[in-house]
Design a protein around this ligand. Structure first.
Ligand code: NDP
Ligand code: OXD
Length: 314
Protein backbone atom coordinates (compact mmCIF):
# COMPACT_ATOMS: atom_id res chain seq x y z
CA UNK A 1 0.00 0.00 0.00
CA UNK A 2 1.34 3.43 -0.88
CA UNK A 3 0.56 6.98 -1.96
CA UNK A 4 2.24 8.16 -5.16
CA UNK A 5 2.77 11.86 -5.91
CA UNK A 6 2.45 12.92 -9.54
CA UNK A 7 2.83 16.68 -9.57
CA UNK A 8 3.90 19.08 -12.30
CA UNK A 9 5.29 22.58 -11.72
CA UNK A 10 4.99 22.49 -7.93
CA UNK A 11 7.58 21.39 -5.38
CA UNK A 12 7.01 17.62 -5.25
CA UNK A 13 9.66 17.11 -2.55
CA UNK A 14 8.09 19.67 -0.24
CA UNK A 15 4.68 18.00 -0.64
CA UNK A 16 6.23 14.55 -0.03
CA UNK A 17 7.80 15.78 3.19
CA UNK A 18 4.45 17.16 4.40
CA UNK A 19 2.67 13.91 3.52
CA UNK A 20 5.34 11.80 5.25
CA UNK A 21 5.01 13.71 8.47
CA UNK A 22 1.20 13.51 8.34
CA UNK A 23 0.97 9.84 7.29
CA UNK A 24 3.51 8.28 9.66
CA UNK A 25 4.27 4.74 8.45
CA UNK A 26 2.10 4.90 5.31
CA UNK A 27 4.56 4.96 2.37
CA UNK A 28 4.75 8.13 0.26
CA UNK A 29 6.49 7.73 -3.11
CA UNK A 30 7.71 9.96 -5.90
CA UNK A 31 7.79 8.91 -9.55
CA UNK A 32 11.59 8.78 -9.36
CA UNK A 33 11.42 6.11 -6.59
CA UNK A 34 11.34 2.43 -7.48
CA UNK A 35 8.09 0.70 -6.57
CA UNK A 36 5.67 -2.02 -7.62
CA UNK A 37 2.66 -0.33 -9.35
CA UNK A 38 0.36 -2.89 -7.71
CA UNK A 39 1.21 -1.35 -4.32
CA UNK A 40 -0.08 2.11 -5.27
CA UNK A 41 -3.53 2.73 -3.78
CA UNK A 42 -3.73 6.55 -4.14
CA UNK A 43 -2.26 9.01 -6.63
CA UNK A 44 -2.03 12.66 -5.61
CA UNK A 45 -2.10 14.54 -8.91
CA UNK A 46 -1.59 17.97 -10.43
CA UNK A 47 -1.35 18.32 -14.20
CA UNK A 48 -0.60 14.58 -14.61
CA UNK A 49 1.14 13.42 -17.79
CA UNK A 50 -0.73 11.19 -20.27
CA UNK A 51 0.81 8.01 -18.82
CA UNK A 52 0.23 9.03 -15.18
CA UNK A 53 -2.33 6.33 -14.43
CA UNK A 54 -1.09 3.55 -16.75
CA UNK A 55 -0.42 0.23 -15.05
CA UNK A 56 -1.96 1.07 -11.68
CA UNK A 57 -4.58 -1.62 -11.25
CA UNK A 58 -5.29 -1.27 -7.54
CA UNK A 59 -6.06 2.41 -7.22
CA UNK A 60 -8.63 3.35 -4.58
CA UNK A 61 -8.76 7.08 -5.40
CA UNK A 62 -7.14 9.90 -7.32
CA UNK A 63 -6.55 12.93 -5.09
CA UNK A 64 -6.59 16.31 -6.84
CA UNK A 65 -4.26 19.02 -5.56
CA UNK A 66 -6.55 21.55 -7.22
CA UNK A 67 -10.05 22.52 -6.21
CA UNK A 68 -10.87 22.56 -9.93
CA UNK A 69 -10.73 19.17 -11.65
CA UNK A 70 -11.40 20.10 -15.28
CA UNK A 71 -7.90 19.16 -16.45
CA UNK A 72 -8.02 15.86 -14.57
CA UNK A 73 -11.41 14.98 -16.04
CA UNK A 74 -10.06 15.63 -19.53
CA UNK A 75 -7.11 13.30 -18.93
CA UNK A 76 -7.01 10.86 -21.88
CA UNK A 77 -6.55 7.75 -19.73
CA UNK A 78 -8.16 8.58 -16.40
CA UNK A 79 -9.05 5.18 -14.92
CA UNK A 80 -12.79 4.50 -15.02
CA UNK A 81 -14.61 3.91 -11.79
CA UNK A 82 -11.86 5.28 -9.56
CA UNK A 83 -13.19 8.12 -7.37
CA UNK A 84 -11.63 11.55 -7.69
CA UNK A 85 -11.37 13.62 -4.53
CA UNK A 86 -10.90 17.37 -4.87
CA UNK A 87 -9.34 19.85 -2.47
CA UNK A 88 -11.75 21.80 -0.28
CA UNK A 89 -10.14 24.02 2.31
CA UNK A 90 -11.16 26.97 4.48
CA UNK A 91 -7.92 28.85 3.85
CA UNK A 92 -8.22 28.45 0.07
CA UNK A 93 -11.83 29.63 0.29
CA UNK A 94 -10.78 32.64 2.37
CA UNK A 95 -8.04 33.51 -0.16
CA UNK A 96 -10.54 33.39 -3.01
CA UNK A 97 -12.93 35.65 -1.12
CA UNK A 98 -10.01 38.02 -0.45
CA UNK A 99 -9.32 38.17 -4.19
CA UNK A 100 -12.98 38.70 -5.08
CA UNK A 101 -13.48 41.41 -2.46
CA UNK A 102 -10.27 43.21 -3.46
CA UNK A 103 -11.32 43.16 -7.13
CA UNK A 104 -14.94 44.13 -6.54
CA UNK A 105 -14.16 47.01 -4.19
CA UNK A 106 -11.39 48.24 -6.49
CA UNK A 107 -13.85 48.46 -9.38
CA UNK A 108 -16.68 49.87 -7.27
CA UNK A 109 -14.33 52.66 -6.12
CA UNK A 110 -13.27 53.27 -9.79
CA UNK A 111 -9.59 52.80 -8.93
CA UNK A 112 -8.77 51.72 -12.49
CA UNK A 113 -10.00 55.12 -13.73
CA UNK A 114 -8.09 56.94 -11.04
CA UNK A 115 -4.91 54.98 -11.85
CA UNK A 116 -5.22 56.13 -15.48
CA UNK A 117 -5.97 59.69 -14.39
CA UNK A 118 -2.98 59.71 -12.08
CA UNK A 119 -0.69 58.66 -14.91
CA UNK A 120 -2.06 61.50 -17.05
CA UNK A 121 -2.10 63.99 -14.11
CA UNK A 122 -5.84 64.48 -14.50
CA UNK A 123 -7.78 65.88 -11.54
CA UNK A 124 -11.34 64.77 -12.22
CA UNK A 125 -13.75 64.11 -9.38
CA UNK A 126 -15.86 61.12 -10.32
CA UNK A 127 -17.87 60.07 -7.31
CA UNK A 128 -18.11 56.28 -7.03
CA UNK A 129 -21.56 54.95 -6.15
CA UNK A 130 -21.76 53.38 -2.70
CA UNK A 131 -21.49 49.61 -2.39
CA UNK A 132 -25.20 49.52 -1.58
CA UNK A 133 -25.98 50.76 -5.12
CA UNK A 134 -23.88 48.09 -6.82
CA UNK A 135 -25.01 44.57 -7.72
CA UNK A 136 -22.39 41.88 -7.82
CA UNK A 137 -23.41 38.76 -9.73
CA UNK A 138 -21.58 35.59 -8.79
CA UNK A 139 -21.62 32.75 -11.31
CA UNK A 140 -21.11 29.52 -9.37
CA UNK A 141 -22.52 29.30 -5.86
CA UNK A 142 -20.41 26.42 -4.61
CA UNK A 143 -17.72 26.26 -1.96
CA UNK A 144 -16.09 29.47 -3.18
CA UNK A 145 -19.05 31.43 -4.52
CA UNK A 146 -21.12 31.13 -1.36
CA UNK A 147 -18.32 32.39 0.88
CA UNK A 148 -17.58 35.36 -1.39
CA UNK A 149 -21.31 36.13 -1.63
CA UNK A 150 -21.75 36.15 2.16
CA UNK A 151 -18.79 38.48 2.62
CA UNK A 152 -19.93 40.86 -0.11
CA UNK A 153 -23.38 41.02 1.50
CA UNK A 154 -21.69 41.98 4.78
CA UNK A 155 -19.90 44.80 2.95
CA UNK A 156 -23.24 46.18 1.78
CA UNK A 157 -23.28 45.07 -1.86
CA UNK A 158 -26.40 43.72 -3.47
CA UNK A 159 -25.50 40.17 -4.44
CA UNK A 160 -27.00 37.88 -7.08
CA UNK A 161 -25.97 34.22 -7.17
CA UNK A 162 -26.34 32.00 -10.23
CA UNK A 163 -26.00 28.24 -10.01
CA UNK A 164 -27.30 25.12 -11.71
CA UNK A 165 -29.64 24.24 -8.84
CA UNK A 166 -31.27 26.65 -6.36
CA UNK A 167 -29.00 27.83 -3.53
CA UNK A 168 -30.34 29.71 -0.55
CA UNK A 169 -27.88 32.17 1.01
CA UNK A 170 -29.17 34.91 3.31
CA UNK A 171 -29.25 38.29 1.57
CA UNK A 172 -28.44 36.84 -1.87
CA UNK A 173 -30.92 36.91 -4.76
CA UNK A 174 -30.98 33.43 -6.29
CA UNK A 175 -30.93 32.55 -9.95
CA UNK A 176 -30.79 28.92 -11.02
CA UNK A 177 -30.43 27.33 -14.42
CA UNK A 178 -29.92 28.57 -17.97
CA UNK A 179 -33.40 30.06 -18.19
CA UNK A 180 -32.51 32.64 -15.50
CA UNK A 181 -29.11 33.60 -16.94
CA UNK A 182 -30.24 36.68 -18.87
CA UNK A 183 -32.22 38.03 -15.91
CA UNK A 184 -29.20 37.43 -13.68
CA UNK A 185 -26.93 39.34 -16.08
CA UNK A 186 -29.45 42.15 -16.46
CA UNK A 187 -29.37 42.69 -12.71
CA UNK A 188 -25.55 42.64 -12.43
CA UNK A 189 -22.97 45.46 -12.52
CA UNK A 190 -19.90 43.46 -11.53
CA UNK A 191 -19.83 39.87 -12.81
CA UNK A 192 -17.66 37.43 -10.85
CA UNK A 193 -16.94 34.00 -12.31
CA UNK A 194 -16.44 31.14 -9.85
CA UNK A 195 -17.82 28.32 -12.00
CA UNK A 196 -16.11 25.00 -12.64
CA UNK A 197 -14.99 24.55 -16.25
CA UNK A 198 -17.33 22.05 -17.91
CA UNK A 199 -18.79 21.52 -21.37
CA UNK A 200 -21.69 23.77 -20.32
CA UNK A 201 -19.61 26.63 -18.94
CA UNK A 202 -16.73 26.78 -21.45
CA UNK A 203 -16.62 30.17 -23.19
CA UNK A 204 -19.42 31.62 -21.05
CA UNK A 205 -17.55 34.92 -20.64
CA UNK A 206 -18.15 36.15 -24.19
CA UNK A 207 -19.29 39.33 -25.91
CA UNK A 208 -22.99 38.35 -25.89
CA UNK A 209 -22.80 37.79 -22.13
CA UNK A 210 -21.10 41.15 -21.56
CA UNK A 211 -23.75 42.95 -23.63
CA UNK A 212 -26.48 41.68 -21.29
CA UNK A 213 -24.93 43.14 -18.12
CA UNK A 214 -26.64 46.10 -16.47
CA UNK A 215 -25.50 49.55 -17.56
CA UNK A 216 -26.03 52.92 -15.92
CA UNK A 217 -25.11 52.20 -12.32
CA UNK A 218 -21.35 51.75 -12.39
CA UNK A 219 -19.65 54.74 -14.00
CA UNK A 220 -18.20 53.66 -17.36
CA UNK A 221 -20.10 50.38 -17.52
CA UNK A 222 -20.05 46.86 -16.15
CA UNK A 223 -17.01 44.90 -15.02
CA UNK A 224 -15.94 41.27 -15.22
CA UNK A 225 -13.83 39.38 -12.69
CA UNK A 226 -12.68 35.87 -13.66
CA UNK A 227 -10.99 33.81 -10.95
CA UNK A 228 -12.08 30.37 -12.15
CA UNK A 229 -10.59 29.07 -15.41
CA UNK A 230 -9.21 30.60 -18.59
CA UNK A 231 -11.43 28.26 -20.63
CA UNK A 232 -14.44 30.23 -19.40
CA UNK A 233 -13.35 33.37 -21.23
CA UNK A 234 -13.07 34.33 -24.86
CA UNK A 235 -10.14 36.68 -24.67
CA UNK A 236 -10.75 38.25 -28.07
CA UNK A 237 -14.23 39.18 -26.83
CA UNK A 238 -12.90 40.62 -23.56
CA UNK A 239 -10.42 42.77 -25.48
CA UNK A 240 -13.13 44.00 -27.85
CA UNK A 241 -15.50 44.74 -24.94
CA UNK A 242 -12.81 46.60 -22.99
CA UNK A 243 -11.92 48.64 -26.06
CA UNK A 244 -15.45 49.55 -27.14
CA UNK A 245 -16.78 50.30 -23.64
CA UNK A 246 -19.09 47.29 -23.34
CA UNK A 247 -16.99 46.57 -20.26
CA UNK A 248 -15.40 49.36 -18.26
CA UNK A 249 -12.80 47.05 -16.72
CA UNK A 250 -11.80 43.45 -16.05
CA UNK A 251 -9.79 41.58 -13.45
CA UNK A 252 -8.43 38.30 -14.76
CA UNK A 253 -6.55 35.71 -12.73
CA UNK A 254 -6.79 32.92 -15.33
CA UNK A 255 -6.20 32.75 -19.07
CA UNK A 256 -6.87 30.66 -22.16
CA UNK A 257 -3.12 29.93 -22.24
CA UNK A 258 -1.06 30.05 -19.06
CA UNK A 259 1.37 31.65 -18.60
CA UNK A 260 -0.33 34.48 -20.48
CA UNK A 261 1.68 34.90 -23.72
CA UNK A 262 3.95 37.95 -23.76
CA UNK A 263 2.20 39.36 -26.83
CA UNK A 264 -1.31 39.28 -25.35
CA UNK A 265 -2.97 42.73 -25.47
CA UNK A 266 -4.44 41.95 -22.02
CA UNK A 267 -1.07 42.83 -20.48
CA UNK A 268 -1.22 46.42 -21.64
CA UNK A 269 -4.90 47.38 -21.67
CA UNK A 270 -5.25 50.12 -19.07
CA UNK A 271 -8.58 48.80 -17.78
CA UNK A 272 -7.48 45.17 -17.48
CA UNK A 273 -5.91 43.82 -14.28
CA UNK A 274 -3.85 40.69 -14.72
CA UNK A 275 -2.75 38.33 -11.94
CA UNK A 276 -0.90 35.06 -12.65
CA UNK A 277 -3.40 32.43 -11.41
CA UNK A 278 -2.80 33.14 -7.76
CA UNK A 279 -6.29 33.95 -6.51
CA UNK A 280 -6.29 30.94 -4.21
CA UNK A 281 -3.54 28.35 -4.23
CA UNK A 282 -3.51 25.01 -2.39
CA UNK A 283 -1.21 25.20 0.63
CA UNK A 284 1.15 22.27 1.22
CA UNK A 285 0.45 22.30 4.94
CA UNK A 286 -3.34 22.18 4.64
CA UNK A 287 -3.39 19.99 1.53
CA UNK A 288 -1.19 17.28 3.03
CA UNK A 289 -3.21 17.34 6.26
CA UNK A 290 -6.55 17.16 4.44
CA UNK A 291 -5.61 14.36 2.04
CA UNK A 292 -3.68 12.37 4.68
CA UNK A 293 -6.68 12.37 6.98
CA UNK A 294 -8.92 11.41 4.05
CA UNK A 295 -6.58 8.54 3.10
CA UNK A 296 -6.27 7.21 6.66
CA UNK A 297 -10.04 7.44 7.20
CA UNK A 298 -10.65 5.65 3.92
CA UNK A 299 -8.18 2.90 4.80
CA UNK A 300 -10.13 2.55 8.07
CA UNK A 301 -13.33 2.00 6.10
CA UNK A 302 -14.82 5.50 6.12
CA UNK A 303 -16.24 7.05 2.92
CA UNK A 304 -14.30 9.58 0.87
CA UNK A 305 -15.50 13.20 1.00
CA UNK A 306 -15.73 15.85 -1.73
CA UNK A 307 -15.82 13.24 -4.46
CA UNK A 308 -16.19 14.67 -7.96
CA UNK A 309 -19.29 13.77 -9.98
CA UNK A 310 -17.78 12.76 -13.30
CA UNK A 311 -21.08 13.01 -15.15
CA UNK A 312 -21.68 16.57 -13.99
CA UNK A 313 -18.03 17.48 -14.58
CA UNK A 314 -17.33 19.01 -11.17
P1 NDP B 1 -18.01 23.91 -6.50
O1 NDP B 1 -18.06 22.63 -7.24
O2 NDP B 1 -18.12 23.89 -5.01
O3 NDP B 1 -19.18 24.88 -7.03
C1 NDP B 1 -19.48 25.00 -8.38
C2 NDP B 1 -20.71 25.90 -8.53
O4 NDP B 1 -20.91 26.15 -9.92
C3 NDP B 1 -22.00 25.26 -7.99
O5 NDP B 1 -22.80 26.23 -7.37
C4 NDP B 1 -22.69 24.76 -9.27
O6 NDP B 1 -24.09 24.70 -9.19
C5 NDP B 1 -22.28 25.86 -10.24
N1 NDP B 1 -22.39 25.38 -11.62
C6 NDP B 1 -21.75 24.34 -12.22
N2 NDP B 1 -22.14 24.21 -13.50
C7 NDP B 1 -23.06 25.18 -13.71
C8 NDP B 1 -23.84 25.57 -14.82
N3 NDP B 1 -23.77 24.90 -16.00
N4 NDP B 1 -24.69 26.60 -14.70
C9 NDP B 1 -24.80 27.27 -13.51
N5 NDP B 1 -24.07 26.95 -12.41
C10 NDP B 1 -23.21 25.93 -12.51
O7 NDP B 1 -16.67 24.64 -6.95
P2 NDP B 1 -15.74 25.64 -6.11
O8 NDP B 1 -16.57 26.76 -5.63
O9 NDP B 1 -14.95 24.89 -5.11
O10 NDP B 1 -14.70 26.12 -7.23
C11 NDP B 1 -15.11 26.74 -8.42
C12 NDP B 1 -13.95 26.82 -9.40
O11 NDP B 1 -13.01 27.79 -8.98
C13 NDP B 1 -13.11 25.56 -9.54
O12 NDP B 1 -13.74 24.60 -10.37
C14 NDP B 1 -11.82 26.08 -10.13
O13 NDP B 1 -11.88 26.03 -11.54
C15 NDP B 1 -11.77 27.53 -9.67
N6 NDP B 1 -10.64 27.80 -8.78
C16 NDP B 1 -9.73 28.76 -9.14
C17 NDP B 1 -8.67 29.06 -8.32
C18 NDP B 1 -7.69 30.13 -8.66
O14 NDP B 1 -6.68 30.29 -7.97
N7 NDP B 1 -7.92 30.94 -9.67
C19 NDP B 1 -8.49 28.37 -7.04
C20 NDP B 1 -9.50 27.40 -6.75
C21 NDP B 1 -10.55 27.13 -7.59
P3 NDP B 1 -24.83 23.71 -8.17
O15 NDP B 1 -24.64 24.35 -6.80
O16 NDP B 1 -26.25 23.75 -8.58
O17 NDP B 1 -24.17 22.39 -8.28
C1 OXD C 1 -7.39 25.16 -8.19
C2 OXD C 1 -6.51 26.21 -8.72
O1 OXD C 1 -8.25 24.65 -8.92
O2 OXD C 1 -5.49 26.54 -8.08
O3 OXD C 1 -7.24 24.82 -7.01
O4 OXD C 1 -6.80 26.77 -9.78
Amino acid sequence: MALLLHLADVNEHAWAERFRSALGNYPVLLRSDSYDPDDIRYIFAWKPSDDAFDGFNHLKAVLSLGAGVDALLQHPRLPEGVPIVRFVDDELTQCMSDYVIASVTMHQRLFSRYAAHQKARIWSQLYPPPATAISVGIMGMGQLGVDAARKLVMLGFKVNGWSRTEKHVDGVTRYAGDETFDAFLGATDILVNLLPLTADTRGILNYATFKKLRRGTLIGGPVVVNAARGGHQKEADIIKALEDGTLSAASLDVFETEPLPKDSPLWTLENCFVTPHIAAISSERNGARYFSQMLLDHEAGKPLRNVVDRERGY
